[in-house]
Ligand binder design. Structure first.
Ligand code: CU
Length: 702
């Protein structure tokens, strides 16, 4: 226990400017409360010019980039726009056609447009320094490429902070063959974050004080309520841990609603976006998160959403009530709204400091009420990659824990989600279960996904005499978890009555269990998590020693939504490609990359090395490889690889979904496969705009 623990610094900031901002925020929050407690003003949509996206279609497009004064907050500020629009015009292409895009830069700075998620030649990718030199002031650059895919994508500037000031637009590509998704009407829903502050100033403030925009540190009142709930010792330990790590347990986002106004298709919340539908229509909503820094949680109260595409690629439909969309990700959902009703499309920021809304109705005079925001999330031990899930309790001595005679009959482990559990290294050696009555234990919903169970040592776990008849493992899916290395050799199951144990549907597919750490395509990595030398030093303030898989975790702030609100939240583990896996080869190697940083100094890096000092990553043309990302920070990072698909290993080798941007959760790991089928130089980076200077790599395919 650290004696220098103080409450004061957590509730008071010496910085007077900050105090002003705090007052502003408090005002903002109460204004928001007022909004939430009453239905949407009846005339809000009618009075305001609820902006819809303007669309350009065809094969040749003229786009011009300009500055423009806009007003989203009551104050006017300068934006960067395309054809005078924010968001930029929606471009509608057709799969198989060759498109030409003439982009004129009327700014007094270099500019560029990157076609996000589009498979194209490296010189058309629009990244200054990699693909081309950028577009100089007054010049026009002509992009031309053949469209080889269909679905929902977007485009944005890859120069400076232009993306934050409005330079982003949607791309919808209609498929060459009949669309497997059935719908009568579609809308693009573009989510973004606007600030009147110049992005240069936001970044400068973060460099000076990383939690500048975070005024939600837990207060002294929270402290006493935690004491009541968890006891003094536990609260004290948790608090001093956070203090030692010099982080706040509510630092979910770097930049928050204290400066941001969240927009839906360019409409601030007080105005909202509106979409109409007619009786019996299936409506396809194409969500695009074109924010600079904001991850959103999206739901439509009263409606199930069938998620049909992720990052433009069709997936096997998943019915959900809510989903998280990382910066740069896209999700298509199909809904079946009822006529004479209005629905609120509600997107709240991950840190619950603000939201943006739309009204979906068959009758323009109807307006859905805006739901309250969910409670703010609080970071826990597991977000630091410390697995406290009753599994790896560092330092806790479970030796001699005597479970003899414990009646485990009727134990319900149904909500014990081991999906993401890393169980390697578990030592059950002295856990005596002898004599326990385990009949009636229900493991039915105990999903063990593609867990790495290698290294589990059950050697001295005597189960002698235990009555295990009646244990039902039938739905205990153990996927193709690597169980090599599990040592049951000395697990004495002696005279236990195991008759009646039903393992019949326990798909262990032993043939698939592999001995190598590489693991099979579709199931992710089995390799040991290693922190290399460059990860040690003042540039890195945290290393996840027991990162869990991010696959089945809805994410910070969403984990209890099923139990609390009965909302099914999409997880990556739910996503399976609609199209069978394109490249069925096994990966021939794996690159483990650690997302690192020093939160307090606002420095971001990969493997502890910032972009400027890093050698490029080299892929061999044609190779099939795996990338495993380990998040050694408290932030959720959306990682985007240009030029090639990121094939997320969600547990089904036959239907590996393709993505272009993958959220890596705090203290977690995730794996995807890449076929290096595109020669050239490609960017690979965190899509949080202010993380990009450090958390960035050049990928060279040759
Ligand atoms: Cu990041």
């Amino acid at each position: 226990m650290k004696s220098q623990y103080m409450i004061k610094p957590m509730i008071q900031k010496p910085n007077s400017e900050l105090n002003n901002s705090r007052r502003r925020f408090v005002f903002g929050a109460s204004a928001m409360l007022a909004l939430m407690s009453i239905p949407f003003p009846k005339n809000a949509f009618a009075n305001a010019l609820s902006q819809s996206l303007s669309q350009l279609s065809g094969k040749v497009f003229d786009l011009s980039i300009d500055y423009k004064m806009v007003n989203f907050t009551g104050k006017s500020a300068r934006a960067t726009v395309v054809n005078q629009l924010l968001p930029a015009p929606l471009l509608r292409w057709k799969e198989g056609e060759t498109v030409t895009l003439r982009v004129k830069n009327n700014l007094d700075h270099d500019s560029s447009i990157h076609w996000h998620g589009i498979i194209l030649p490296t010189e058309m990718d629009g990244v200054p320094g990699f693909s081309f030199d950028g577009i100089k002031p007054g010049e026009t650059f002509e992009y031309q490429f053949t469209v080889q895919q269909s679905g929902t994508y977007w485009y944005h500037s890859h120069s400076g902070y232009q993306e934050q000031t409005g330079l982003f637009g949607a791309i919808v590509i209609d498929p060459a063959t009949p669309d497997p998704v059935i719908y009568d009407r579609d809308y693009v829903i573009m989510l973004s974050d606007w600030s009147d502050e110049a992005p240069e100033n936001i970044y400068a403030k973060l460099k000076k004080q990383a939690d500048y925009y975070n005024y939600r540190e837990r207060t002294v009142m929270d402290f006493f309520s935690d004491v009541n709930k968890n006891g003094l010792a536990n609260t004290w330990n948790a608090r001093s841990m956070w203090n030692n790590a010099r982080m706040s347990d509510t630092d979910i986002s770097d930049v928050t609603g204290s400066t941001y106004t969240y927009l839906m298709n360019g409409n601030p919340p007080q105005q909202g976006w509106q979409g109409l539908f007619e009786q019996g229509e299936k409506v396809r909503l194409r969500f695009i998160n074109s924010s600079a820094m904001t991850i959103f949680d999206v739901r439509i109260p009263g409606l199930k959403m069938s998620v049909v595409a992720s990052d433009g690629q069709n997936i096997q439909p998943v019915s959900v009530d809510e989903f998280r969309i990382g910066v740069a990700e896209t999700y298509d959902v199909v809904i079946e709204p009822e006529v004479d009703n209005a629905y609120c499309i509600f997107a709240q920021s991950i840190d619950r400091t603000g939201f943006t809304v739309g009204n979906l109705t068959s009758d323009a005079s109807l307006h859905a009420p805006i739901p309250p925001m969910d409670p703010r999330p609080v970071l826990g031990h597991s977000d630091m990659g410390m697995d406290m899930n009753g599994m790896d309790m560092n330092g806790m001595d479970m030796n001699g824990m005597d479970m003899n005679g414990m009646d485990m009959n009727g134990m319900d482990h149904s909500k014990m989600d081991m999906g993401a559990g890393e169980m390697s290294g578990m030592d059950h050696s002295k856990m005596a279960m002898g004599g326990s009555d385990m009949s009636g234990m229900d493991h039915s919903k105990m999903a063990m996904g593609a867990d790495d169970m290698s290294g589990m040592d059950h050697s001295k776990m005597p189960m002698g005499g235990g009555d295990m008849s009646g244990m039902d493992h039938s739905k205990m899916a153990m996927g193709a978890g690597d169980m090599s290395g599990m040592d049951h050799s000395k697990m004495d199951m002696g005279a236990g009555d195991m008759s009646g144990m039903d393992h019949s549907k326990m798909a262990m597919d032993a043939a698939k269990a592999t001995v190598s750490g590489l693991g099979l395509a579709g199931f992710g990595s089995n390799n040991e998590i290693k922190h290399i030398d460059t990860e040690f030093g003042p540039q890195v303030d945290m290393r996840a020693d027991a990162p869990k898989s991010g696959l089945h975790d809805p994410g910070i702030g969403l984990r209890d939504h099923q139990q609390q609100f009965n909302r099914k939240v999409l997880t990556y583990g739910d996503i399976k490609g609609l199209h069978p896996t394109y490249d069925t080869r096994q990966p021939s190697r794996e690159i483990q990359l650690h997302l690192t940083g020093n939160m307090n100094r606002y420095m971001w890096s990969v493997n502890g090395v910032k972009f400027m000092d890093a050698a490029p990553l080299e892929f061999e043309y044609g190779e099939r490889l795996r990338i495993t990302l380990v998040n050694d920070t408290m932030m959720t990072h959306p990682m985007h690889l240009h030029g090639m698909w990121s094939e997320l290993e969600t547990g089904d080798p036959d239907f590996i979904p393709r993505k272009h941007t993958v959220l890596v959760q705090p203290g977690s790991k995730i794996s995807y496969l890449v076929t290096a089928d595109a020669k050239g130089q490609w960017a690979y980076h965190c899509h949080l705009l202010f993380h990009m200077p450090g958390m960035f790599r050049k990928v060279v395919v040759k």
